[in-house]
Design a protein around this ligand. Structure first.
Ligand SMILES: NC(=O)c1ccc[n+]([C@@H]2O[C@H](COP(=O)([O-])OP(=O)(O)OC[C@H]3O[C@@H](n4cnc5c(N)ncnc54)[C@H](OP(=O)(O)O)[C@@H]3O)[C@@H](O)[C@H]2O)c1
Length: 218
C-alpha cells in the first residue's frame, strides 16, 4: 500500500490520482481541505500519525504535505518559523518513526520526501521553508543508513518550480521572472514527479540521496 500525505491538493492530489488510475492500492491524507477519499490527519500531531501507522500496513510513503510562510528573516514571526519546521520537518520524523517498524518487519519499504530546489539556489523570504527542506536531505541519509539492511530506502525529490500546487499563489509578475531563469523556460509538468517516484519505488539500490527535477535551474 502507498501512503500519500497532503493528497487533497496540488502534487499529492495529482500523484494520488495517477497511482489510483494505475490500479495501485493507495491511501491519501487530507487536512483542512476535505477530500472524498482518504483519511484526515494533521501530520504534525504525533498521536494522529501513530494511530494512522497502527491502522494501515504501508509499504511506500510519499510525503507531500508541506507549507511555506514567506518573510525576510528579520521580519519573520517565530511562530511562523516553528509552524513551517513542524509541518515540513517534524512531520517527516514522525512519519518515519511510526511507519518504519512495519517496513523493517516486512523487509521492504520506500520513503520519499518532497524537498525543493529552494535550499540549493537560495531564495529571499524563504528561510524556514529552505531550512526545513534542506534538513530532509540529512534525515533521508540517516534513515537510509539505519535501514539499508532491511531493504528500506529513503530518498528526496528536489523539485524546481512545477505548474501545480503552491506555485499558484506566486503572483504572475514573480512567476514570469522565475520562468525566465529556468533553462527550459517553463514550469515543470508534474508527470515528471510521478515518473521519478515510480523509478525510486522500483530501485533497490537508490537510497540516502536526492533526485533533482528542475528544468536545469540548479
Ligand atoms: N509546487 C511546486 O512547484 C513545489 C516545488 C517544490 C516543492 N514542493 C513541495 O511539494 C509538496 C506539495 O506541495 P504543493 O505544491 O502540492 O502544495 P499544496 O497544494 O499546498 O499541498 C500541500 C498539502 O499539504 C497539506 N498540509 C499542510 N499542512 C498539513 C498538516 N499539518 N497536516 C497534514 N497535511 C498538511 C495541505 O493541506 P491543507 O491545505 O488542507 O492544510 C495541502 O493539501 C510540498 O512539500 C512542497 O513544499 C512543491
Amino acid at each position: 500500500m502507498i501512503l500519500i500525505t497532503g493528497s487533497a491538493s496540488g502534487i499529492g492530489e495529482f500523484l494520488f490520482q495517477k497511482f489510483k488510475d494505475a490500479g495501485e492500492d493507495v491511501i491519501g491524507t487530507w487536512h483542512n481541505r476535505p477530500k472524498m477519499e482518504g483519511v484526515r490527519i494533521d501530520v504534525t500531531d504525533e498521536e494522529e500519525v501513530e494511530n494512522l501507522a497502527a491502522k494501515y500496513k504501508v509499504d511506500e510513503i510519499i510525503h507531500c504535505a508541506g507549507i511555506t510562510k514567506n518573510a525576510l528573516i528579520h521580519n519573520l514571526d517565530s511562530k511562523d518559523w516553528q509552524k513551517v519546521l513542524e509541518t515540513n520537518l517534524q512531520s517527516s520524523f514522525l512519519i518515519s518513526k511510526y511507519f518504519l517498524p512495519y517496513m523493517q518487519e516486512n523487509n521492504y519499504g520506500r520513503i520519499i520526501f518532497i524537498s525543493s530546489i529552494v535550499p540549493q539556489v537560495g531564495v529571499p523570504g524563504t528561510s524556514p521553508y529552505s531550512a526545513s527542506k534542506a534538513a530532509l536531505w540529512g534525515l533521508a541519509k540517516t534513515i537510509a543508513h539505519e535501514n539499508a539492511k532491511k531493504n528500506v530506502t529513503c530518498n528526496c525529490l528536489n523539485l524546481g518550480y512545477f505548474d501545480i500546487g503552491m506555485i499558484k499563489e506566486v503572483p504572475e509578475k514573480f512567476l514570469s521572472q522565475i520562468v525566465e531563469k529556468i533553462p527550459m523556460r517553463k514550469l515543470g509538468d508534474p508527470e515528471n514527479i510521478y515518473n521519478a517516484i515510480k523509478f525510486i519505488i522500483k530501485s533497490d539500490y537508490l537510497t540516502g540521496t536526492c533526485i533533482d527535477i528542475n528544468g536545469g535551474l540548479a
